[in-house]
Design a protein around this ligand. Structure first.
Ligand code: PNS
Length: 167
């Protein structure tokens, strides 16, 4: 019997986390014993939120989930190196429409080339999140529009604060 826990890393920029991300994570938890949500630190330069803020938003948004099953962390450098250091055997990613496919396919191939034992697992988004992305959320929120139907409440609060008083 194999008693090794099945650990997946769910990597991303999460700038900010959306309800689409949460949906992928929740469904991933049915497949894995533990999912590590890993915020890419090297995406900080061009991001709206700092790594710390993105991790806080994720922790606040995931407060209802079992902490033995979900962890929020950040990583620098190559994803495959981080996954190996965390003893993960899978990378979890969400797929929306065809637009995501080429990028995800390339990333999965490169990661497999570097670390053959690491499986990329893709979960299709639920249809209501098909059109949502972090960049769309940032764009809409920057004009002061309501994004509460697209992001967890703690994220909506932070976006409001971030853009408050900006022209
Ligand atoms: O949410 P994003 O921006 O689509 O996430 C992309 C991310 C962070 C998963 C990807 O850029 C990544 O894995 N970066 C770490 C560097 C790396 O390993 N690059 C090689 C794979 S393309």
């Amino acid at each position: 019997m194999n008693l090794m826990p099945r650990i997946a890393v769910y990597p991303g920029s999460f700038d900010p986390p959306t309800l689409g991300h949460l949906s992928v994570l929740e469904r991933g938890l049915h497949l894995f014993d533990r999912v590590i949500v890993a915020v890419a630190r090297n995406s900080e330069k061009k991001s709206l939120f700092t790594t710390q803020e993105r991790m806080e938003m994720l922790r606040e948004s995931l407060a209802g989930l079992d902490p033995r099953q979900v962890e929020v962390d950040s990583f620098d450098g190559l994803l495959v190196d981080y996954a190996r250091s965390r003893k993960a055997t899978a990378l979890l990613r969400g797929l929306r429409a065809t637009a995501d496919f080429e990028y995800e396919f390339q990333m999965a191939m490169v990661n497999r080339h570097m670390e053959g034992g690491l499986q990329s697992v893709f979960l299709m988004t639920e249809y209501q999140w098909l059109y949502i992305s972090s960049s769309i959320v940032r764009e809409i929120a920057s004009y002061g529009a309501d994004v509460r139907a697209m992001v967890p409440a703690p994220v909506a609060d932070r976006l409001e604060k971030k853009f408050a008083g900006r022209p």
